[in-house]
Design a protein around this ligand. Structure first.
Ligand code: SF4
Length: 262
């Protein structure tokens, strides 16, 4: 249901637009600088799967190629802004890049003393757990930058034994593992499913981080859950789980300096 096209995608609903986070004019050179201390790199345009609710489903990746020239521009941007201390690799999916390409990028970023952290946002390990290579984990662990892998897992059934094995490799190497989910009607908008997801994540050594309200992208309105239902689900999670396993329920609002808690 998350990846198969559905006729409901043709439903036109007010407020559901092509560029819900106003990214099309915010970025340059494959780089989005939305938040004060973090800069986001659209490292690769492709993903292992095409999630039908993806807020970048209409994003013109071809115009945001990140190559050697864009890397130099990123370095310049960071050097000219002392507030930036973290680089987020996003996409598409940054783990579509090879270990060698990631190593080369890291090597350049490590030369910038103002940087503290490198964050990789990826959904790829869910469908290709073997992408969590030991080599990449050790490369990241050896970096002076603290490395964080933020997974995108929406349902406990996505956590396979093979994924758990890959995550254990990365956790053993010392990589911080977090997860963000999107609240999706008919998939995980259910207190029992979300409770099971948070428990399964922690059993796989991953901390639940964000539960996102759906970004209102055209073609995905059938996945939307009302704020009232979302808040009721959060309340139930607070009852069912210890505080450290309750993700923050947030919405991203274009132009805001951070995510907005609900
Ligand atoms: S993996 Fe992420 S970026 Fe790729 S299609 Fe799914 S939601 Fe979009």
């Amino acid at each position: 249901m998350q990846v198969m096209p559905h006729a409901d995608e043709f439903i036109e609903r007010d407020g559901f637009i092509a560029d819900p986070l106003a990214e099309l004019n915010a970025g340059q050179y494959g780089v989005l600088h939305k938040y004060k201390s973090r800069v986001l790199v659209i490292l690769r345009g492709g993903c292992a799967i095409n999630c039908r609710y993806c807020f970048r489903r209409h994003f013109p990746y071809a115009d945001h190629h990140f190559g050697p020239a864009e890397l130099e521009q990123l370095i310049e941007l960071i050097q000219n802004d002392a507030n930036i201390n973290e680089v987020i690799l996003s996409g598409g999916d940054p783990l579509m890049a090879t270990d060698k390409q990631l190593d080369q990028l890291l090597t350049r970023l490590e030369q910038l003393p103002q940087l503290k952290r490198i964050r990789i946002h990826s959904r790829l390990p869910v469908v290709l757990p073997s992408r969590l290579t030991q080599e990449l984990a050790h490369r990241l662990a050896a970096s002076p930058l603290q490395a964080i892998l933020v997974l995108h897992i929406n349902h406990p059934q996505e956590i396979s034994p093979a994924l758990k094995q890959g995550l254990a490799l990365w956790a053993d190497a010392g990589i911080t593992l977090l997860n963000q989910s999107v609240l999706l009607a008919q998939i995980n908008a259910d207190a029992d499913v979300l409770t099971e997801l948070c428990e399964a994540l922690f059993a796989a050594r991953v901390l639940p981080y964000y539960l996102h309200q759906l970004d209102q992208v055209a073609g995905a309105s059938h996945f939307a859950v009302s704020d009232e239902v979302a808040r009721a689900l959060l309340h139930q999670l607070q009852v069912n789980l210890p505080g450290f396993l309750v993700p923050k329920l947030v919405r991203e609002i274009a132009g805001e300096p951070s995510k907005t808690p609900l």
